[in-house]
Design a protein around this ligand. Sequence first.
Ligand SMILES: [Zn+2]
Ligand SMILES: [Zn+2]
Length: 254
Amino acid sequence: MQLALVEVQRRIQSRVPLPWIQPDSAWLAAQRHAGRPVVRFKDIPLEWTDFRLTFRQTADILHRFEAIDRAEHTAILAVGRDGNTLEPIVHNWYAATSGADPSDAGNRVPEGAPASLDQVLLLALRPFLMRCAEALMQREDLSGWTHGHCPVCGWEPDFAVITPNADRRLICGRCTAQWVFGSSTCPFCANDDRALVTSFATRDGRYRVYACDVCRRYLKAFDGRNATRSVLIAVDTIATLPLDAAAMQKGYVG
Ligand SMILES: [Zn+2]
Ligand SMILES: [Zn+2]
């Protein structure tokens, strides 16, 4: 299922134009200071025909692999078909989950929406947000970001990479932007007491888990210090599924 989803995202991503996002430095500094990401909804290069296609194909894949049942699938497709319904839903969901513009925040999903709508929106919006991350991550201004959430889209990290010079870079679970974050600080609750962060590696040393004993969340990382390749999100998140099982067995949550 992961591979089918990656395939859809890759196909759409290649069609999405690189957005022209040129915020001025003062505005960027103000966003950074407030812990707000830089991509507002209007900055996303959303082409609605492409988005609706991704949305529908994502729902189809989740249904095909039995991640959502028939009733959910039908309800999701109905949302996707009606442009007047879908557009404000996507807008509100992004505004509520990014925090990029506090004056713009509404409900994350409408009342009575299908339970899996959140997941379908996350996956369908990803190729568009990845292009925003590509356009922005070159900028020096983002390097001073010190928060646990994403500087581009405000989402949480869901993977990390340890660089050859031992920095830990977090990787956003929505747009895949990367940013440096203290390796002994929990990105979810900012706990930085080393005694309360449990860390363990796989036997081959390729992967590592950081688990927080305050909020009980954990984060997996690819250890690039002795690696012969760089991190490959699609491959590494699947290769580390046994680590999720190990972390959950110890009582941590993803
Ligand atoms: Zn992000
Ligand atoms: Zn924590």
